[in-house]
Design a protein around this ligand. Structure first.
Ligand SMILES: Nc1ncnc2c1ncn2[C@@H]1O[C@H](COP(=O)(O)OP(=O)(O)OP(=O)(O)O)[C@@H](O)[C@H]1O
Length: 257
């Protein structure tokens, strides 16, 4: 395999006495759409939280393009090209769609409040550049016509596209998506998938948590499965469907609620 864009080694995370991740070691090859699957409670969101710096692992390491990024905060990782979307998007409801997108780099890069006092012209130029980029990104995700609408008034599917727009403001090389298709109507799911595939074709790597196996079968290779905080499977989607260990994990998780 080419040098992995992302790798974890022995990643463990404890919530108090409960071990949610048990020594997870995995590699994500550049240019892939890796599907991350596993039954409820397997540790997928915890892994995303550790990868993106929202949680500091109890032990183990995360490397991004060969650099150890373990424990770095999300804004530093966003600048380094690693971005994520959330299962349930949380835009600022009263702000417009455009303002929400424009906030992404500022919130992530840090408001240069003193800069505004020291050099208002440079600040205005920066604001314009961010606005222009935000409009381009909204155009790409097909939301440009909603730019001036309050973000709280758009549909759930449009919120997912807005989330993707915010992610794209960071020019990410690696995007982690948490259930992108969940709760999205089929027409918008198609738009979302089309955009994800376009980005993937032009070099963006994706890791996608998804419960919908049809989605995984059609769009993800390879597939990595977690079960009770451990990697229990790695392979093609076809192998995943036929894997008895994986089937057991899903049935077991159902039996245990
Ligand atoms: N903040 C927390 N405190 C204590 N336990 C937690 C916390 N967050 C998650 N857990 C536990 O860690 C385990 C892994 O949860 P996680 O949300 O990562 O699973 P998941 O695979 O993302 O599940 P789902 O598919 O339902 O989203 C679960 O048993 C969960 O109850």
């Amino acid at each position: 395999m080419a040098e992995p864009i992302l790798a974890t080694h022995g990643l463990t995370h404890d919530f108090g006495p409960f071990r949610a991740l048990h020594g997870v070691s995995l590699e994500v090859a550049p240019g892939t759409m890796t599907g991350l699957i596993g039954p409820n409670g397997a540790g997928k969101s915890t892994l995303f939280n550790v990868l993106t710096g929202a949680l500091r692992p109890t032990s183990g390491t995360v490397t991004l393009q060969g650099t150890d990024i373990t424990g770095q905060p999300p804004d530093a990782l966003f600048r380094a090209g690693l971005a994520r979307s959330f299962q349930i998007p949380r835009p600022f409801a009263r702000m417009t769609v455009l303002e929400n997108v424009m906030l992404a780099p500022k919130a992530q890069i840090g408001e240069r409040v003193w800069g505004a006092f020291l050099n208002p012209r440079a600040m205005a130029a920066q604001e314009n550049a961010i606005r222009q980029k935000a409009m381009e990104v909204l155009e790409f995700v097909t939301l440009a016509k909603l730019a001036d609408q309050a973000a709280g008034e758009i549909s759930g599917g449009q919120m997912k596209l807005l989330e993707l727009a915010r992610v794209l403001m960071g020019d990410p090389t690696l995007i982690l998506l948490d259930e992108p298709a969940a709760g999205v109507n089929p027409a918008l799911t198609e738009v979302l998938i089309d955009k994800i595939e376009t980005l993937n074709r032009t070099g963006t790597t994706f890791v996608i948590i998804e419960h919908d196996m049809d989605f995984v079968m059609q769009h993800c290779t390879p597939v990595i499965a977690l079960g009770q905080g451990r990697v229990i499977f790695e392979g093609t989607p076809e192998q995943a469907l036929a894997d008895p260990v994986l089937l057991d994990a899903y049935l077991g998780a159902q039996a245990h609620g």
